[in-house]
Write a protein that binds this ligand. Structure first.
Ligand code: MSP
Length: 683
């Protein structure tokens, strides 16, 4: 079997965080499972580097898009191996190998008659790099995901005849129900397609940071046309990789937010080009924190690398041990396909229970009993009795379920069943009571019990390898077994019964997962809990985004609240507030990039303010009696950036407040010295 599994390629306006690490770790674990079974495997990840969002982001930082995307892509490429993710290839959509082939794909689709020139007008969310139908928008024309106003886009564009593929897509979904998983998501896609597909705009003339359309350089390709193709372009050279597209089980693992592109657009592009389709698109849910999708732009994301580091510190083990534990936690705690909230205390509890007291203890007590009763060599199996038969029956059943869990891409179930084996073995030790047999001098029986435990532990060491490769190696080492060295054609899980030969040496070592006492657990929780609102949670850049923390008290207005008569009031009634309360107000340096009057509102100006985010913020401010719009261009101001959006009618929504003082016709803006970059936080 040849198995090719991919992650989405990540936008480089963000940095790797726990949410994107989740997707990547899931894919790495699935791929490792197939390696374990001896399949020929390939894993692809990479970065999505074109599009308006990235062009704007680079511009707002004053660097070229090329430089910006390279720097950010490097972070992704460097991050994943620290989490024990070992992709075979890392694709960047700005690489010539990709660009040339995407242009070939375009020509093929064009020559089939599935591309034509037209115009397109629709609401567009720069955050999603995607069009939104009227129906999808929240009041105030906000994108439901980014909670930011969408933009009206009208331009000459090439359109892909998506409508032509409606029936073929529905036929695909009905003939291959396994094409989209889980089922609930499949149904969503089917009803969307049944609702009617419109032709898809696949080029842009309004920006240039993209792959040029062949024979029409005024246009660049729509970022999704370019991005989806990565899965195919990455296996076009050298030619021996072709089999990973033409003769392989191809599985794309994606977040639920990008299922539509993968389950509708991508197969339609491939059908048009006459290329084989992937076998499966699997959508997972979001990793949330406090109920909000984790992302750096929402400022609630955790840095997975520092989490792995904190875990290994707490375990007093090497860094790779922490990465293993993080991988286990993510895959075990989140029911694949559903959203899962990141809960540091539950993580500590699960560590102690599953890893410390269950699997870790099983290994430690088994080896401890061996040293005490039979020495550091595997004892003879002897004659197995009813307890062993019962245990092996449970082990076999759970092993089969674990395999099923992996085969069906349900890692949480695979792990649940794997841990059922560890629990059964722990119960078996208690029931078989080797200490009692030893006391009575039943040496053969003691040998049988310990041999049985060593054999089950050997199986467990393999079953945990996809998720915890380092801890698996360490288990193998202590058990005196060679570590998993995956190779095509070698199945490391051939049977439920691992055979051990009498006399093989054992090399007990430090506990695999030392349990955390209360103080260590509390310290760990403190160090891994994301500080909501702190852009430094993930270690890069100045991009900060929408609010996740709402200030308490009455909803503030988008326009400054202006004082009454006195020119510059120096005090008002003030009650003291705690630092914690103050810290919920997110004050940022904003750079005014654009200002216009608001028709029929003589006090208001509509500002476009750079807060170092993906796109400019719209802020409606009562500044018009003091300032002409052009006076404000390039001014640095202080912005309350986490006010809830406020509507000013006709789709005009303000996303923040500019601080000023004075009467409305003599306002003075609060500001900072010109050195502070847009988005810098005031504290
Ligand atoms: N560039 C596109 C994908 C193109 S694939 C041809 C994109 N990039 S992204 O960086 O915004 O998101 C990539 C993936 O990361 C998505 O599958 C998304 O769901 C996932 N995640 C981002 N944040 C996440 C969580 N908080 N939780 C789980 N998955 C997360 O979309």
């Amino acid at each position: 079997m040849r198995y090719y599994v991919t992650t989405p390629i990540y936008y480089v306006n963000d940095v790797p965080h726990l949410g994107t690490a989740y997707t990547t770790i899931v894919v790495d674990a699935i791929r490792r499972y197939h390696q374990l079974r001896g399949h020929a495997t390939r894993m692809l990840t990479g970065t999505d580097e074109h599009g308006l969002k990235l062009e704007r982001e680079a511009r707002s930082r004053g660097i070229t898009p090329e430089k910006f995307v390279k720097e950010m892509s490097d972070r992704f490429e460097a991050a994943w191996p620290k989490l024990e993710v070992v992709p075979d290839d890392f694709i960047r959509t700005t690489q010539p190998r990709h660009e040339t082939l995407v242009q070939d794909l375009w020509r093929t689709i064009r020559d089939r008659g599935d591309l034509y020139l037209g115009t397109y007008e629709e609401w567009y969310c720069v955050g999603c790099e995607g069009y939104k139908t009227e129906k999808e928008l929240l009041p105030g024309n906000l994108c439901p995901l980014h909670q930011r106003p969408v933009e009206r886009m009208k331009e000459e564009t090439y359109l892909f005849r998506l409508s032509k593929f409606q029936d073929r897509l529905l036929d695909l979904y009905s003939r291959h129900p396994e094409f989209i998983e889980p089922e609930s998501r499949r149904n969503e896609v089917i009803s969307f397609v049944e609702g009617g597909l419109k032709d898809l705009s696949v080029s842009r003339t309004s920006f240039s940071w993209g792959i040029p359309v062949p024979d029409d350089p005024r246009h660049v390709m729509y970022v999704w046309f370019d991005a989806l193709a990565n899965y195919w372009t990455a296996v076009q050279a050298p030619p021996d990789l072709h089999a990973y597209w033409n003769d392989a089980t191809v599985v794309h693992v994606v977040g639920k937010d990008i299922l539509r592109q993968h389950a509708i657009y991508w197969p339609a592009f491939l059908m048009s080009a006459g290329l084989p389709l992937p076998a499966k698109i699997v959508a997972h849910g979001f990793l949330t924190f406090g109920g909000q999708k984790m992302s750096k732009s929402l400022r609630n994301a955790a840095d997975p690398i520092s989490m792995a580091y904190s875990l290994s510190q707490a375990m007093r083990a090497s860094e790779d041990a922490g990465a293993d534990v993080l991988r286990y936690q993510l895959l075990r705690a989140i029911a694949f396909g559903q959203d899962g909230d990141f809960d540091p205390s539950a993580m500590v509890e699960r560590y102690n229970a599953d890893l410390g007291k269950n699997l870790g203890n099983l290994l430690a007590r088994t080896l401890g009993l061996c040293i005490k009763m039979t020495g550091t060599r595997v004892p003879a199996q002897g004659v197995i009795g009813p307890l062993e038969r019962e245990l092996y029956a449970k082990v076999e059943e759970a092993r089969n379920l674990a395999i099923k869990g992996w085969d069906e891409i349900e890692p949480h179930r695979a792990l649940e069943s794997t841990w059922a084996i560890a629990s059964a073995a722990n119960q078996y030790v208690d029931r078989a009571a080797p200490w009692a047999e030893d006391k009575q001098g039943n040496r053969a029986r003691v040998g049988t019990i310990l041999h049985t435990l060593l054999s089950v532990l050997g199986l467990l060491a393999k079953l945990v390898w996809p998720v915890m490769p380092n801890r698996s190696d360490e288990m193998h080492r202590q058990l005196g077994l060679p570590p998993v060295q995956a190779a095509a054609g070698k199945d490391w899980l051939p049977a439920a019964r691992e055979t051990r030969s009498e006399g093989e040496p054992l090399t007990p070592g430090a506990p695999l997962f030392p349990t955390f006492d209360e103080a260590a657990g509390a310290a760990l929780i403190e160090s891994i809990t994301p500080r909501v609102g702190d852009a430094s949670n993930v270690s890069t850049g100045s991009a900060v985004g929408r609010d996740t923390v709402r200030p308490e008290g009455p909803a503030a207005s988008g326009a400054p609240t202006l004082p009454g008569n006195s020119a510059f009031p120096v005090s008002g009634e003030s009650t003291s507030i705690s630092y914690d309360k103050f810290s919920t107000v997110d004050l940022r340096v904003g750079l005014i990039r654009d200002a216009v009057r608001v028709p029929r509102k003589d006090k208001l100006l509509k500002l476009m303010v750079d807060l170092g985010e993906d796109s400019l913020r719209t802020i409606v401010a009562g500044l018009a009696l003091t300032f002409k719009p052009e006076d404000l261009l390039g001014r640095r101001v202080i912005v309350v950036s986490n006010l809830e959006p406020r509507e000013f009618g006709k789709g005009l929504v303000s996303h923040g407040m500019v601080l000023a003082t004075g009467p409305s016709d003599q306002l003075v803006l609060a500001s900072v010295s010109s050195d502070a970059p847009p988005g810098a936080r005031l504290k």
